[in-house]
Design a protein around this ligand. Structure first.
Ligand code: CA
Length: 392
């Protein structure tokens, strides 16, 4: 979630002024009416900003750094799903088996998935962030002037303080306002955080049971379907028709698709074929639960990493198919050019943001099917060259 904000923060940074201290305090006072309207007391408001006298220069210095969007998915995966993280996840799975079972019974989200999100977001609670959330959000909101995203999150942070789940000293997280072991933004916390250890406080900072249950609560709200896998790594038979990439697991099984380890596919459920490195590379049948991961962070690479980490924690093997590590790939400018070319052909209606995602994948497949190319949905330099050669 913190990475999702980097692009928004970058846009704001372009208009960021060097605020004088007095101006910053005046700006904070301007937040009071919105906070008051949400039930925040004056005492809470003053306590929250007591030590926040100036913008945080470290927060401003971090603006614009790219996360998983700028890197090849296989590089991102090898960092996110490291052998050490898999081992730690397995250790936590046995240490916390009864808590995880109780959380799964209540929310329907399996333990390996909860551990994977926890591992991705904070290294199982080890890296929760030490930046004051109030100061970080005030810095970002004030720098943006008209941007309401960070200002709304700042008011949500004040609401958290009003509920006394945590004090101003404890309200900490990343430079972009993502908090604690779950890296929730304040508005997400208000909506999804859970007190699972029963001490009366929703403590995503210091309580692992609360953090894990809060992750489950978030995924349940995002539409997680109990009993359905997030996705299944598969092998495609020779001659598989890539143009038919959606259907039930039973349909895919009937067409000769098997799990990478050779075992049978799930008996029920709908899936869609995802080829994150193009045909010839790893192949995954993803389900609606993949989209629940994308509610946490919109990046396909993030969702794939969470799912794969969950599988590895549960004892699964690394992807067997090779990644196209040596092949040229499209950077953000290339992806944007592809989006523009597909939009000009009325095949793509999503944002022209230079990011791969389900909408671009779908548009690429439509183009490939019309052009008689293997419909793997993969946005490659070869495809962009083909698009440029073809008359619109
Ligand atoms: Ca608690």
């Amino acid at each position: 979630m913190r990475r999702l904000l980097a692009a928004a923060a970058l846009a704001l940074a372009l208009t960021a002024p060097a605020a004088a201290q007095g101006g910053f305090r005046d700006w904070i006072e301007g937040v009071w009416p919105a906070a008051q309207a949400r039930g925040v007391s004056r005492a809470t408001f003053e306590a929250a900003f007591r030590d926040v006298t100036a913008p945080d220069p470290a927060v401003l210095a971090r603006l614009g750094r790219q996360g998983e969007f700028g890197r090849p998915v296989w590089e991102y995966l090898s960092g996110a799903v490291s052998a050490g993280r898999v081992a730690r996840g397995r250790l936590e799975a046995s240490r916390r088996a009864s808590t995880l079972a109780a959380i799964e019974a209540r929310f329907g989200v399996p333990a390996p998935v909860l551990l994977a999100v926890w591992g991705m977001e904070s290294d199982f609670g080890a890296a929760t962030g030490t930046v004051s959330t109030v100061r970080a959000l005030a810095t970002l909101a004030e720098a943006g002037h008209r941007g309401t995203l960070f200002r709304d999150e700042l008011v949500a942070a004040l609401e958290i303080l009003e509920h006394h789940d945590v004090g101003p000293e404890g309200l900490r997280g990343s430079w972009a306002g993502a908090m604690g072991q779950t890296q929730f933004l304040p508005s997400v916390y208000l909506r999804a955080a859970v007190d699972f250890d029963g001490d009366g406080r929703r403590d995503i900072w210091a309580s692992a049971p609360d953090a894990l249950a809060s992750i489950a609560s978030f995924l349940a709200q995002a539409g997680w379907q109990p009993g359905l896998p997030w996705g299944v790594a598969v092998r495609l038979p020779d001659g598989f028709d890539l143009a038919r990439y959606q259907g039930s697991f039973a349909d895919f099984a009937a067409r000769g698709v098997r799990r990478e380890d050779g075992s049978a596919l799930p008996a029920t459920g709908e899936a869609s074929l995802f080829l994150p490195g193009g045909h010839g590379g790893p192949a995954v049948l993803i389900t609606a639960n993949f989209e629940a991961f994308r509610a946490y962070n919109t990046s396909d690479a993030y969702a794939l990493a969470v799912g794969h980490l969950a599988d590895r924690i549960a004892g699964g093997a690394p992807f067997a198919a090779p990644w196209p590590t040596g092949a040229p790939r499209l950077d953000a400018a290339g992806l944007k050019a592809l989006q523009q070319g597909l939009a000009a052909r009325n095949l793509y209606a999503g944002p022209l943001d230079g990011r791969a995602g389900p909408k671009l994948r779908e548009a690429v497949r439509r183009y490939q099917i019309a052009a008689g190319l293997p419909a793997d949905g993969y946005a490659s330099p070869t495809l962009l060259a083909h698009l440029r050669r073809a008359s619109p």
